[in-house]
Design a protein around this ligand. Sequence first.
Ligand code: SF4
Ligand code: SF4
Length: 70
Amino acid sequence: MKGKIEINRELCKGCTFCITACPKKIIRLSAGFNNSGYIPAVVDEMEQCTGCAMCAEMCPEVAIEVWLEE
Ligand code: SF4
Ligand code: SF4
């Protein structure tokens, strides 16, 4: 089972909770700012995502959506 996530960069406040939570360590902060002045999280190597949803569960801004692929 593989997963995929989408981080809404405008909702993200750069708290890094998802970065800490991800067992695959594939989330990092991006290089730029969003329109609210926060540095949003982005995903590297999405192919490593298992769809465990721990990132989304930790996000206080509900900025992460998770999909599972069969
Ligand atoms: S769903 Fe799991 S593996 Fe995928 S980015 Fe989120 S915490 Fe990491
Ligand atoms: S947990 Fe949510 S608000 Fe915090 S950095 Fe990750 S996506 Fe952004």
